[in-house]
Design a protein. Structure first.
Length: 530
């Protein structure tokens, strides 16, 4: 008990010290100190604080409680200030906001494909120097980048909203994920890239040293233009490689700002270079004879094309690390808790406007509960507000561009001929009428085979199944060839185990939503076509 008392006392002193730094008046200080003291007492003395839950490997990223009005107001104000600066004039391609379809967020000078050879040539001496840099120094640069990202949160979230259409909740989650990637790979560099003495016979000294491969090409998607982008880049840098990073055409400004911070953190410009551009520059990067590896996140079709291009080259075999998409399913049986299912389906299918690799595409509902669940999910979807992602009241932002929206519209037109529409949401009117919004849809299929490809947007497909048809459901999911994420809602442990053991899927979630894998806790990656 004495140890507990000392721990609580220390926490109380810490709380009082925090309160002492506030300048809102003596009365406010006493109130805040009291609030913090209560919170300190509420946490067990052995329970780590949120910042320390991953210690000693790394510090956790800073989150935000949107229920604290003053913090939310400060965020909204900071984002507005960051977005108030006019877009740079002059040359370069205009990057248009998906929020209204007309505002120019900024301009970017795309890289001609003819410049790729010169960029590889410049990166090669950078690689040799960076690979020889001690792992601790490389890790320290990534830790500094994490700190800079957190300090620049408002600017990053403003860009995520204006250029990427991210809501506040999605924006803060993405900044945190990017920060976590930096610190995670910094920790991995410290662990993996130190000299390791191996066991061996007497009189012989065997030493394992790991080193970088060379110049890596990182090709990232628009749906996580900061987190996945920096996840690829920091992993390659931590391992001692140089990087040529091609961001998505739709979101180069976020990537450019992240690279400015990367260089401020101490990564030399000839070690990490941004290569904005279209598919032609991406193809030139992949085809270059002296690249040492490719990291790609995007569609399965493009991953196949990259794989073929790498296989066609002569010379050393070039590894491809790819994460693509999936026809992600959730299986719900009659024992599941309806309210929880509804919440998890809404988050999985419609958060980020359904523009996540992990998003729910097809929901299998047991016949006994299907009608009730469809009505409940439709009712919850009707409460979602589509609108300006920088508005705290917005639940769903826009689709990334006009082409993506047109693809969704074509899919719905085809589904109307062979499936049943159970719900269609509302799109914004007024100033945002020109934005690239697409409302949530719920479509009931007669057969799972009607969905034969990933549809990247807020469209939930529903299929009914009877209690004696679970094996057929599992066969239908396996037959797609994808295996990225899977959801299971049941209160029968054996059912959950049976489903998880039968399907070869990267991430299986039981009685929760299927999005938002946490760095270092839920490693993300699929199997098969994913």
């Amino acid at each position: 008990m004495e140890g507990i008392a000392h721990a609580v006392q220390a926490l109380e002193l810490e709380a009082l010290d925090i309160a002492g730094h506030l300048d809102d008046g003596r009365h406010r200080q006493r109130i805040v100190a009291g609030e913090l003291r209560v919170k300190a007492r509420a946490r067990h003395y052995r329970s780590p604080s949120p910042a320390d839950i991953y210690r000693p490997l790394r510090r956790n990223s800073v989150g935000m409680e949107f229920g604290y009005g003053r913090d939310l107001s400060a965020l909204v104000s900071g984002m507005a200030k960051a977005g108030a600066a006019p877009a740079a004039a002059g040359g370069g391609r205009a990057v248009v906001s998906p929020v209204d379809g007309k505002t120019v967020v900024g301009r970017i000078a795309d890289t001609p494909a003819a410049h790729v050879d010169g960029m590889v040539t410049l990166a090669e001496p950078g690689f040799r120097r960076w690979s020889a840099t001690p792992a601790e120094e490389r890790a320290a640069a990534l830790d500094r980048l994490a700190d800079l990202l957190e300090a620049d949160r408002d600017v990053l979230m403003s860009l995520l909203a204006r250029e990427g259409g991210k809501t506040l909740a999605d924006g803060i989650a993405e900044v945190r994920e990017a920060v976590d990637f930096c610190r995670y790979y910094a920790g991995e560099a410290r662990l993996l890239f130190r000299e390791e003495v191996m066991p061996g016979p007497t009189g012989e000294r065997d030493v394992l040293r790991r080193r970088g491969r060379g110049v890596f090409v990182c090709i990232s998607p628009w749906n996580f233009p900061l987190a996945i982008f920096l996840g690829q880049v920091t992993a390659a840098l931590a391992a001692g490689n140089a990087v040529l990073a091609k961001p998505a055409e739709q979101t180069p400004l976020i990537a450019g700002h992240a690279f400015a911070l990367l260089h401020r953190a101490g990564v030399p410009e000839d070690v990490a270079k941004l290569v904005p551009g279209d598919r032609k520059v991406g193809a030139a990067l992949v085809a270059h004879p002296r690249i040492a590896g490719v990291v790609f996140t995007g569609s399965t079709e493009v991953a196949f094309a990259i794989n073929r291009a790498l296989a066609a080259k002569s010379g050393p075999i070039v590894p491809l690390i790819a994460e693509t998409g999936g026809i992600n399913a959730m299986i719900v049986d009659a024992t599941a808790l309806p309210e929880q299912v509804s919440d998890d389906v809404i988050a999985s299918a419609f958060r980020s406007a359904g523009q996540r690799c992990s998003a729910l595409r097809i929901l299998y509902l047991q016949e006994d509960i299907a009608d009730r669940m469809i009505d409940m999910i439709a009712g919850a979807a009707a409460e979602l507000k589509l609108g300006d992602p920088a508005d705290p009241s917005t639940d769903v932002g826009p689709i990334i561009d006009a082409e993506a929206r047109a693809n969704l519209q074509s899919h719905i037109a085809a589904m109307r001929k062979s499936a049943t529409t159970r719900f269609v949401g509302q799109v914004p009117t007024g100033p945002l009428a020109g934005g690239w919004f697409f409302p949530p849809h719920i479509i009931e299929l007669h057969d799972a085979k009607q969905l034969d490809r990933e549809v990247f947007g807020p469209i939930l497909h529903v299929v009914r199944w009877r209690a004696d048809e679970l094996d057929q459901v599992l066969e239908a999911i396996a037959a797609t060839g994808y295996g990225l994420t899977l959801g299971i809602h049941t209160r029968i442990d054996e059912t959950a185990r049976r489903i998880a053991d039968r399907l070869n899927v990267g991430n299986v979630y039981v009685n929760r939503n299927i999005i938002g894998a946490v760095v270092g806790t839920q490693p993300f990656g699929g199997s098969g076509l994913s």
